[in-house]
Design a protein around this ligand. Structure first.
Ligand code: NAD
Ligand code: UD1
Length: 338
């Protein structure tokens, strides 16, 4: 049985992926510094799976602790989610983002190399395309970050490419997620943002549950079918499956590979609001506000490469994403503190 180390495994995407890994029969060890999550998510994952994971509260920047973990345990591969992800915060505290995301990944790779572990799946993001020239976006489109968070993802991608060039033993999957939303169908695990959410779906669900009064729709004068921004929302459980497929790919020694993980379909902000209203049977009050600086009008993925090379395809539609997000939010109005 394969042993996988998951960094950031208590977070939103990590917890769903740990569940999928346990259900697929992997041994899983999670490290997380719990900066943006709680151990409660992992408790629930273990309950859902009926299986245990190993857990260590370790910060990736603590190389000694990381090294002693690798000295004690043998891992076949690492799935690397740990990182900070708030765009606004990254503009206020760029050094925190470079230190946490870039330096943390350098430490991880150094320790992996020392231990002879060369397979890594990295959480990249559609943010590496910056303001894309066109959609659908394929993996070979021009890259360019527009904020420090995005820069950290680009730098890490480049670093992992250099690492592979220096030593072809490295097998690396760079997974560029589009807009992860939804929750596990049980409603036991889901997205639990700190403070007021920046992203659309968690904001909408907190309005629906009565935690926030109304949504601001950032701009209705974009050149789209209803004037509001278009994004490629992808169910977190589909995303979790993408990691299983990527691990399978790494076992074939592919070198470094890059995949977009999206549905290939875009939804406008108003379409998301209406889908959520249908799923929850709750009216979402909203008002039109100015555009949010830095936002692109339209981004959605061309995920044909992942389908062809990984045999992966998103299966869940927007209705399912909204239904599962609402199931989680209504069962856990205060997130994991409920
Ligand atoms: P999350 O914040 O829920 O999970 C990240 C986890 O990493 C958290 O549990 C946090 O405590 C942990 N962590 C952060 N820094 C750490 C460190 N130095 N050492 C140990 N643990 C640390 O975020 P998520 O939404 O699950 O995102 C997971 C990854 O996917 C991130 O790298 C993120 O940048 C990337 N990503 C997320 C999205 C999104 O919209 N959610 C989109 C594209 C890419
Ligand atoms: C944001 C980040 C991006 C990150 C992505 C996934 C910015 C500028 N970009 O992108 O780097 O990779 O999340 O985590 O923050 N919207 C509203 N009202 C809201 C919130 C959002 O109308 O309160 C709109 C936005 O204008 C956009 C759509 O909803 O058109 C989706 O927004 P969001 O969920 O923040 O995702 P991204 O804009 O794709």
């Amino acid at each position: 049985m394969k042993s996988i180390l998951v960094t950031g495994g208590c977070g939103f995407i990590g917890s769903h992926t740990v569940l999928a890994l346990l259900q697929a029969g992997f041994n899983v060890c999670v490290i997380d510094n719990l900066y943006n999550s709680s151990y409660e998510s992992l408790k629930r994952v273990q309950k859902l799976a009926g299986k245990k994971t190993d857990f260590h509260q370790i910060d990736l920047r603590d190389k000694e602790k990381l090294k002693s973990l690798f000295d004690q345990s043998r891992f076949d591969a690492v799935v690397h989610f740990a990182g900070l992800k708030a765009v606004g915060e990254s503009m206020e505290k760029p050094l925190l983002y470079y230190s946490n995301n870039v330096y943390g990944t350098i430490n991880l790779c150094e320790v992996m190399k020392g231990a002879g572990v060369f397979d890594i799946v990295f959480s990249s993001s559609a943010t590496v395309y910056g303001n894309p020239e066109r959609s659908p976006i394929s993996e070979d489109q021009r890259l360019g970050a527009v904020n420090p968070y995005g820069q950290t993802k680009l730098i890490i991608e480049e670093m992992l490419r250099d690492l592979h060039r220096s030593d072809p033993q490295w097998n690396t999957a760079l997974l560029r997620y589009f807009n992860p939303v939804g929750a596990h169908k049980s409603g036991e695990i889901g997205e639990d943002p700190n403070g007021i959410p920046n992203n659309l779906m968690p904001f909408v669900s907190q309005v629906a549950v009565g935690k926030l009064d109304e949504l601001k729709v950032f701009g209705n004068d974009y050149p789209t079918r209803d004037g509001t921004g278009i994004r490629d929302y992808i169910h977190v459980s589909d995303l979790a499956n993408g990691h299983l497929k990527a691990l399978k790919k790494l076992a074939e020694n592919p070198g470094i590979v890059t995949y977009n993980l999206g549905t290939g379909k875009g939804a406008t902000v108003l379409e998301v609001i209406h889908a959520f209203e249908q799923a929850s049977n709750v009216k979402i009050p909203y008002k039109i506000a100015p555009r949010r600086p830095g936002d692109a009008a339209v981004t959605y993925a061309d995920s044909a490469k992942a389908e062809k090379e990984l045999g992966w395809k998103a299966e869940r539609d927007l209705e399912t994403m909204c239904r599962d997000a609402w199931n989680w939010q209504s069962k856990n109005p205060q997130g994991y503190d409920s």
